[in-house]
Design a protein around this ligand. Structure first.
Ligand code: TRP
Ligand code: SF4
Length: 327
């Protein structure tokens, strides 16, 4: 039997998971478990690079996210679930890989400027500049072959490949060059029509109770042309349409297209057609979540087991790294 290829992905623990995470990452992570040896982890040191003044959220949200993973079908028997800061080797590898990257290369990473523009925060701390080096260490630590990520993370994977090449060339072949695994995820808009994101406060969270989900969708923005019930609209200009693309069959979508353009249906009718589907999808996840919330010992054990397995792998890699570097 050939060994499975390894993949790794992480998430910054800065708040609870939402529907955008479910479609953008989690559903895919669940499927990838059939094919790969998966390492999924909480990037709490990465969260620290931007949240160092507001650290309170990091610890509880890490545990919270792992609970959401378990509730959506991430299987701790097959996948290694762990917390970055519990595997101190990440810090050591990040320091060593830092020798192989120039400061100007890091200053040119798109994420460096993009984050500052998006949040309006001027961040020039050393840790934040080094964010992609730490990410490279995460990936190379497990000698991962693939990294399931969104488009925005591709430059980080590219840097990781450069660092791996540099390391292998300078010292000895230790690291495979990891490839990004991009998923085709549907667009999940937030209640304000922008991309769903916890920082925009437009998210439907996996933990939201059904009435909250219903309220959020009912008050969600629609085609601005439909100010009144009798104004016709265009689904192509309406973020609600993205939900129909995910949840509705063709008949329903035809009903929307015609009803919207003729003002034959109202926006609440239109939303009402898929609200039960969102609720039906999130309900079993929330139920399973409740089970884990009521059995915190089980979650703790899963995390400890995952951290232990990750650590064993990391210790091996670091041995190879130190030997290769003759240090
Ligand atoms: N930078 C990633 C994000 O913001 C999180 C992350 C940290 C990560 N380390 C990683 C993702 C390693 C994939 C692999 O989403
Ligand atoms: Fe959007 Fe539906 Fe209202 Fe048309 S009817 S504007 S598609 S919510």
């Amino acid at each position: 039997m050939t060994e499975k290829l390894r993949i790794l992905s992480g998430i910054r623990p800065t708040g609870p998971l939402h529907l955008g995470n479910l479609y953008g990452a989690l559903k895919n992570w669940v499927k990838l478990q059939d094919q790969y040896q998966c390492f999924y982890f909480i990037a709490d040191w990465h969260a620290l690079t931007t949240e160092f003044e507001n650290t309170g959220i990091i610890k509880p949200s890490g545990k919270d996210i792992i609970t959401d993973w378990l509730a959506t079908g991430i299987d701790p028997e097959r996948s290694v679930l762990f917390i970055q800061s519990e595997v101190k080797e990440h810090a050591e590898l990040s320091l060593l890989l830092g020798m192989l990257v120039t400061v100007s290369r890091l200053e040119r990473m798109p994420s460096y400027k993009d984050f500052q523009i998006a949040t309006g925060r001027e961040l020039s701390n050393f840790g934040f500049l080094g964010y992609p080096v730490l990410q490279s260490a995460d990936i190379l630590m497990y000698r991962a072959h693939g990294v399931p990520v969104g488009e925005d993370q591709v430059p980080h994977i590219e840097l990781t490949r450069e660092i791996a090449r540099r390391f292998n060339g300078l010292y000895r072949e230790v690291f495979p060059e990891p490839k990004p695994i991009l998923t085709e995820a549907p667009r999940v808009p937030g209640t304000d029509g922008r991309k769903m994101s916890k920082s925009y406060q437009n998210a439907i969270f996996l933990s939201d109770p059904s009435p909250v989900i219903e309220h959020k969708i009912k008050t969600m923005i629609t085609d601005p042309a439909r100010k009144r019930r009798k104004d016709p609209g265009d689904p192509q200009k309406c973020p609600v349409w993205d939900f129909h693309k995910i949840y509705s069959d063709e008949d329903t979508r035809n009903w929307v297209t015609q009803g919207c353009a003729s003002a034959g249906i109202g926006c609440l009718d239109c939303k009402g057609a898929f609200i039960p589907k969102v609720i039906a999808e999130l309900e079993p996840i929330r139920d399973l979540r409740r089970y884990f919330d009521e059995h915190p010992g089980e979650v703790l054990e899963i995390i400890q087991d995952g951290c232990g397995r990750a650590r064993s792998f990391a210790v091996e890699t670091m041995k190879m790294v130190r030997e290769a570097m003759k240090i």
